[in-house]
Write a new protein. Sequence first.
Length: 540
Amino acid sequence: MSARAAGRGPALIPAVAIAAAALVALPMLVLVGSLASPASGTWSRLWDTLLPEAILNTVLLAIGVGAGTLVIGTALAMLVVFYDFPGRRILEWALVLPLAMPGYVLTFVLLREWDGQGAVPSALRAVFGDDGLRSLPGAIIVLSLVLYPYVYVLARSSLAGQSRSELEAAQSLGLSRGRAIVRVALPTARPAIAAGVALSVMEAIADFGTVNLLRVQTLTEAVYRTWYGEFDRQGGTQLASLLLLFAVMLLTMERLGRGRARYEQSLRRGTAGAPVPLTGARRWAATAGPVALLTLIVIGPGLRLLVWAVQTIRDEGVAGYGELAGASLLLGLSAAAVACLVGTVVAFAMRSRPSRPLTVAARVAGSGYALPGAVVAVAVITVYEWTDDRLLDLGRQLGSEPGLLLTGTALGLVLAYLVRFMSVALNAAEAHMTRIPRRLDEAAESLGVTGLAALRRVHLPLLRPGIAAAFLLVFVDVIKELPITALLRPFGWDTLAVGMWQATSDARYDAAALPALTIVLVGILPVVLLVRASRVDLPG
């Protein structure tokens, strides 16, 4: 019995997939349409005010973060794969931990140190100039430090999977091990490294909290300032459409690199061989370097946050923290549940009723994660306002006065999270569904169990581990998300991220410490999952 025949069921399943794709595609089409037909005078007004600086800073930020993550991530991957030194086994997974430290949280720690100690400004001026950390170089360094794991994870996996014979052949021709790694191993891993750099740059141009706190005007920051600060909806929409083009370009580069990386990896089986033990001072320097890096990014800031949080609780209590945590918890749980539900149904639709339209719909539905949060927020609010206006007109014709359903409501915020993060749940459901044998579908069909009944009784029990992991990942992403929440949140619905950002912007560092610590602790959970999922057993 064919898979198509086994999957016959109600039209609800493919309808959900199409609706999910429309939920993501419609707001983006609105932005593309606004780019094609801008309001009169909008571009000239933006160009005369902030556009040149925003574009230049965005390009320089992308180049700087790309170079920084390339150097740090690739160097660390080469170190743990090809050399042996004290603590290597611990460091090879600990070096992923900076992903748990959002850029805006690290910025908060550094700014508090800046404002609180007279010696810090002098040291920072020597590196960054008169503006200190609040500058484009400061933003590049902060984002490079927290985003290098994207390059490190992919480069490490590619390097560890290479054949030992290639390096041995290069060394037999007279190359030292170091030169053999640079001339043989690195070119082979180039597609994976390029994919990691593209991911890092995508995250950098999507960042809002870090550049906002450091007063660096990028396109993302300009979208928020124009839309929310100056109440210029047309200008904000045009800036968001331009940012969308940046994101699409980087997404295309990342997928091309990722596909090439998978192809080359499939041609090379084996192991990079036993790592070479380092001796003398190099042995301890190899340990000290990564430890110092982790201390700068994770250990030191984490301890400072803990101390500040304890002091805040002791001196001021936890006033206001409960509301922030409660809003974050409710939004995170709601968005994660909806994303996992929709993602699972879309993945099941692709399995049970495979077709070209469904495949395209699933790919569109899974593209939201690559979009900056500011772009998603501006795109969806445009659709929300149009929808609410139509509903209000309809209600008045029926003799009632309905309130706003999507604009400025928790429902609208959860749907925006769904646009941004549904790909996380969809990818997890797809990956685990491919492990379920097709014969189970055929057996269910022979017993008359099809459609949603088959999903509920056959597939869901087997998908629980993947769905649980996806639920956790979406939950943490929502907790950390800043621009979508800042632009779309209902009145009084400040989250941990928004509360921390607002307090830091106002130099109320005591109020920001406990929310920042909570975000970091919550962010460690998906990092642990990532380490377990991507762990490569290194030789030696």
